[in-house]
Each structure stands twice: as C-alpha cells, then as structure tokens.
Design a protein around this ligand. Structure first.
Ligand code: NAD
Length: 479
C-alpha cells in the first residue's frame, strides 16, 4: 500500500539500532518503491558530522546489514539523497533550530523515532514541543526497554503524555512486526476451522519458546540489571501470549485488538514460585559463563526462565501455558505451539504413538505455520496411522525479489507512516504487563533466589524439563 510523503527524524540515527535495523529497513522499503517522492529521513544524534559524513556512514551500514539485498545500480545513491543529518543534543539547545529549519510544513506526516536511551525520551518530547516541531498529527516511535518495572513505566508514559496523545505514540515490539505473528491472527480469525477448537475443551496446552544461541555479548552490564524476565518475557513473550489467547476482536483495528490483548494480561494468574525455573548459563567450549560475561562473579540475574502460567477466564481456565526463553540454548528458534487434546476414543488399533494435532507457529528461523495431522500411511500395509505436517509456510511466496520477507522493523516503520497502531503496544498494556511481572521479580529478590546453572548449548536447567514432566508433558524440541 503506498504511503504519503513524510519526514522521519531518527534521534539516535548513528546508533547501533539505527545502523543495523532502521536504516537498512528504510532502504529496503525504498527499493520496494514504498518511499514516495518527497519522503525524507533525517538522522539526529550527538556526533558532530555533516550530511556527507552521515551518508557515508549509512551506506556502510546498508552494505553491512542490508541482508545482501541491493536494488538496481544507482538506487543506493538515490536513497542517500533522501538523507539529512543534524547534530543535536536531546538535553541541551544544540541543533534544535537547525532541525526546525529543516522540517517542512508542507509534509503531512512527521514522525520522530526515539532510538536513544529511554532516559532521554522525556527530554526529546519536551523539546519537540517547545521548538514547535510537534503538532497533533506528529507521531513518536519509542523503543524497548519501556521501563524496568511498573513505577518506571508509569513515569515514562506520564512524561510522554505531557506532550503527546496516546494515539500519537508507537511503542515498538518488533516481534509484533513479524509476518507470522500477523498471520496467526489471519489463521485464527480468517477461518472457521480453528476458532471453535481454540479453547480449554480442545486444547491440551500451549507452549511459547524463544531460544537464542548467543550470550549477553557486549550488553553484559545492561543485561545484568535486566535478565530474561524483563528483557524478553514482560514484552515479547507476553505479546505472543496475548495474540494466541485473546478473544476475537470485533474489528481488526488498533483499539479493538489492543483491548482484547489487555484483557488477557489482566486475566493472568499470579505465578507460584514452584511454577518458575530460572537459569544461568555455564561456560561453553568457546564462551565464558554468564557471571564472567556480565562481569559480576555473584550475579543472581537469570539468562533463562521457564514458567507455567494460567489464564483465569472462560476460554482458558485450567489450561497451562508454558513459556521459556533463554540465551546460549541449543538453537535459535522462536515458536508457539498449540497442542490439542488426544482423541477421546480411538477406533484404530493402538500403535503406541501419540497421534494428536499440533499447530506450530514459527517466528524464526523459517517463518511459517504447520499443522500436524494424522492420516493413513500410504501403501498396502493396512490401516496404519502416520502423522504428516500440513504446511502453511509462506516465506518463499513472500520475498518481493525472491529474498527474505520484509523485516519486522520495515513493516512497523511503514505502519507508523500509515498511522496504524494495531501492532504497537498501548501504554496500559505495558503497565499491566509490568504489574504482573513485578511481584515475580520482587519475590526472587526477597528470597535471594539463585538461578540454576545450565550448560551452554542445552535447553536450560533440568528443572525446566521437570516443570512439564510433573504434568505428564514434554517441551517441544528446540530446532
Ligand atoms: P547506541 O548507544 O548504539 O546509540 C545511541 C544513539 O543515541 C547515538 O546515535 C547517540 O549519538 C545518540 N545519543 C546519545 N545521547 C544523546 C543526546 N544527549 N542527544 C542526542 N542524541 C544522543 O544505542 P542503540 O543500541 O542504537 O539503542 C538505542 C535505543 O534502542 C535504546 O533505547 C536501546 O535500548 C533500544 N534498543 C536497541 C536495540 C539494538 O539492537 N541495538 C534493540 C532493541 C532496543
């Protein structure tokens, strides 16, 4: 869908996120013909450089992080022509009059991407207003982490709300920009087949796994203050849980979808301590252990968490949702799995196999949706049952030039320009998620809870397996 001409200002336009995701994403949209004439991107950051220096930096970033996709000759230069740069101080006066001069009144869409530390959000919001750069049509985009608990999230929301209405604020969770996540909604609400079965009567349990193979890398200091619960569960896993568990919204519009997600968070049960397993990775052949990586020999921060969560509403009462996420796991894989109940009666001779329907929604790698169904084994061997995947993968069909489907960031930035907030977190959702997360983390602190060590390259401490084994279930393979 074509978008209107826009001015997009990226505060933090020289930072890691801008170089790895935002700018290469914009370039790909440019190549796809989605940046109309008159659309401009303005980098704004602390570094003292001119527009030519910025264009060089962006060109390097696109070569390094553009995923190998390049469009026709000369296109990179044409994209670079759309770029401008202002050296600016979010906390001072430097650069603001230059930015004001650069912005055009004639452009309909003005968007400001806050790709800077959250401690600068309030300063930016305030200065955008005091310099007359924002009106009631302007949009701001903010990155995670959105607070580290309920109190800080509320303060952040309040500082943005002083100058912007909720309808102007786009809180990014890039998991929501993934093709499969949106397809999950299409599969659930675009078919008659699934929704009647999507409840406690037919579903045995649901698993959500977000596994990473990397360790904390260069983010040790930050991560040690955060941990898997704050870094992954409160935002990404919670968002996936909402989409899988929510009631059908009356319409596919931002208000309706986000209302239903909020209801899920509010219906979450308090998690009992024995329903959570925390882990910390041990040293591997090529990596130091977690504590060495974060530089604190006594760190009690978790790099892995697994938990059993209940949702107390009519649809899901009694059905466990098992969530797990961690670093240094066996494979990089994000998957939601809906395991349906076993048949209540079999007309076939038992073969010892657990033939039941399983719907797997895969976010990475190889985005796609697969349904395991049972059929007769082909051939003359009699009535023998065999499970086969019904494949709803779409990655191949998607790539515009045979390459990867659009990255989550590309899609979300274009949604900002279009003014569509459906795939962004609303302030009350974020606060509700923290309200659920805080008591869990506070409990660990109060008890002096120490995470269990697990081998790098494994899938967490053995206690995580026991969490399911106690219920007669097993985790899905991480692949
Ligand atoms: P970074 O440290 O690489 O870059 C920070 C940017 O902010 C730089 O461009 C710097 O010039 C600018 N900046 C710093 N102080 C400033 C000031 N006073 N005035 C104006 N500009 C200033 O950080 P990053 O990794 O790009 O992260 C940016 C934000 O995005 C952070 O909130 C981070 O938590 C979040 N985030 C980053 C990633 C990632 O992959 N890097 C992923 C998710 C969220």
């Amino acid at each position: 869908i074509p978008v209107e001409a826009f001015d997009l200002v990226i505060f933090g336009g020289t930072g890691d996120l801008a170089r790895r995701k935002i700018l290469p994403g914009l370039f790909r949209r440019y190549c796809a013909g989605q940046m109309p004439d008159g659309a401009r991107v303005i980098g704004a950051a602390r570094s003292d450089m001119d527009a030519a220096g910025y264009k060089d930096m962006v060109a390097d970033a696109i070569r390094e992080f553009g995923g190998g996709r390049s469009c026709e000759d000369g296109t990179l230069d044409a994209f670079l022509d759309r770029l401008h740069y202002v050296a600016i101080d979010a906390r001072g006066e430097t650069g603001w009059s230059e930015l004001t001069d650069l912005m055009r009144d004639s452009v309909q869409v003005r968007a400001y991407y806050f790709s800077v530390a959250p401690s600068l959000f309030g300063d930016l919001a305030e200065r955008l207003h005091s310099h007359g750069l924002a009106d009631d049509q302007s949009r701001i985009v903010v990155e995670k982490p959105f607070g580290r608990d309920l109190q800080t999230a509320r303060a952040l929301n309040a500082s943005l709300a002083e100058h912007f209405d909720e309808s102007q604020i786009y809180r990014i969770d890039h998991y929501l920009g993934k093709e499969t996540v949106q397809n999950l909604m299409a599969v659930r609400f675009g078919n008659t087949l699934f929704e009647p079965l999507w409840n406690a009567q037919y579903v045995d349990h649901i698993q959500i796994t977000v596994a990473e193979t990397v360790g904390v890398g260069g983010r040790g200091e930050y991560y040690d203050k955060s941990g898997a619960m704050r870094d992954m569960v409160q935002n990404h896993l919670m968002q996936l849980l909402c989409l899988i568990a929510m009631e059908p919204p009356a319409k596919f519009d931002p208000g309706a979808v986000r209302d239903e997600k909020l209801k899920v968070i509010r219906a979450l049960d308090k998690v009992e301590p024995h329903h959570i397993v925390r882990g910390q990775y041990a040293a591997g052949p090529d990596n130091p252990d977690f504590r060495e990586a974060v530089g604190d020999a006594r760190s009690k921060t978790e790099s892995f968490v697994a938990m059993k969560v209940g949702i107390s509403n009519w649809r899901w009462a009694g059905i466990p949702f098992y969530l797990r996420t961690g670093k240094r796991m066996s494979a990089r894989s994000s998957e939601i799995t809906v395991v349906f109940k076993a048949r209540n009666h079999s007309i076939f001779e038992e073969d010892g196999e657990d033939h039941r329907n399983v719907l797997s929604i895969r976010l990475q790698p190889n985005e796609g949706i697969t349904m395991k169904v049972t059929i007769k084994e082909p051939g003359p061997g009699g009535m023998r049952l065999v499970d086969v995947p019904l494949d709803m993968s779409f990655a191949e069909a998607l790539g515009e030039d045979g390459g990867d489907p659009p990255d989550a960031y590309e899609r979300l930035i274009m949604d900002v320009i279009r003014g569509n907030q459906t795939l962004f977190m609303r302030g009350d959702e974020v606060e509700a998620a923290w309200a659920w997360t805080d008591p869990i983390i506070d409990g660990w602190t109060a008890r002096g809870d120490v995470p269990k060590p697990y081998d790098s390259g494994s899938n967490g401490p053995t206690d995580a397996d026991q969490l399911l084994a106690r219920d007669g279930r097993i985790w899905r393979e991480v692949r």
